[in-house]
Design a protein around this ligand. Structure first.
Ligand code: SF4
Length: 312
């Protein structure tokens, strides 16, 4: 069952000289209840914009975001405030999102401030949530600026989960953490997903984290989805996905030549007026690629690719 259905979602920005740029273009996506859906691609490909459009933190130029049979795009600001607790976000650097001179209690309590529960009940909720995140009761009265990076990120997650959401966007939620803390937070996110029945949209440029957490992965390039695959593994078919995987694996400099057969690293990044969105950087581009935009399709429903060369 889908928790969110995104239809034809686009976000266009007006630039100088009457130029218009699409940050996100014609996105169709089904997010299944209880899954961890990965969203990957280079910086500036539209990942965070798409997440903000889904949560209505930015309004789309066109399209629909269906949640509980209603289109969130049509909701007014006040109506969205009522739904907001069910749709939450964990940011890359949670420390920047809250006042360092607030106590942990004040930080976590903010999303439930307007709830009709007593102060004592709220405090119990906060202690229980901190325990879930591996922080004991003594953290309640500590200030944000007294916490380590890993502790701050845990408090950021506690703040997002205190209102019992159903859907959580993790936007580069572990990117600023060192390896050991990152592993702990990823394990924690997986365990909370099971305990609380959460659905994640997990945005990251760190493919090893995506492989660890995600059940399905969406690959974006210049605001478009180019591939949706069951797991980020060897079965990637789109030349761009293959290049991303190759780049993430190429620790050994002797292997770097392999990337060059997949990917024009310094190819033009402007958006083609017609044809495939990846044509300027793809070494396989042919006349069909330059004239006709490939549809996102596939043999089975779980693996979709937008490439003329992937016809099965
Ligand atoms: Fe490359 Fe053509 Fe496939 Fe686009 S459609 S990814 S240009 S082969």
């Amino acid at each position: 069952m889908d928790i969110l259905t995104i239809n034809n979602l686009s976000k266009c920005f007006d630039m100088k000289a009457k130029k218009r740029i699409y940050a996100v273009k014609d996105i169709d996506l089904h997010i299944k209840e209880g899954e961890a859906l990965g969203l990957v691609g280079e910086s500036g490909c539209g990942k965070s914009t798409l997440a903000k459009l889904i949560l209505q933190l930015e309004r789309p130029t066109e399209g629909e975001v269906i949640y509980k049979d209603e289109d969130l795009v049509k909701k007014k600001f006040r109506q969205m405030q009522e739904i907001r607790n069910e749709l939450q976000m964990v940011f890359q650097n949670s420390a920047n999102m809250f006042n360092p001179y607030f106590t942990v209690k004040q930080i976590i309590m903010e999303p439930i401030n307007d709830k009709t529960v007593s102060k004592e009940e709220k405090e119990k909720m906060i202690v229980a949530m901190l325990e879930k995140l591996g922080l004991d009761e003594s953290f309640v009265n500590r200030y944000g600026n007294e916490l380590s990076g890993g502790q701050r990120q845990r408090v950021g997650i506690a703040r997002a989960l205190i209102s019992q959401p159903r859907f959580v966007v993790c936007d580069e939620a572990v990117s600023s953490l060192d390896y050991i803390i990152k592993k702990q937070i990823l394990d924690l996110l997986l365990s909370l997903k099971e305990q609380m029945g959460l659905t994640y949209l997990f945005i990251s440029h760190d493919l090893s984290s995506v492989k660890r957490v995600c059940d399905r992965v969406v690959v974006m390039y210049l605001g478009n989805i180019v591939e949706i695959l069951p797991r980020l593994d060897e079965d990637a078919r789109h030349p761009y996905t293959k290049a991303l995987l190759a780049a993430s694996l190429d620790i050994d400099p002797r292997n770097r030549t392999k990337q060059k057969v997949l990917y024009k690293e310094h190819g033009e990044k402007s958006i083609p007026k017609e044809g495939c969105i990846f044509q300027y950087r793809c070494l396989y581009a042919n006349d069909e690629c330059r004239s006709k935009r490939p549809e996102l399709k596939g043999g089975d429903g779980d693996h979709l690719v937008a490439c003329h060369l992937c016809r099965d």
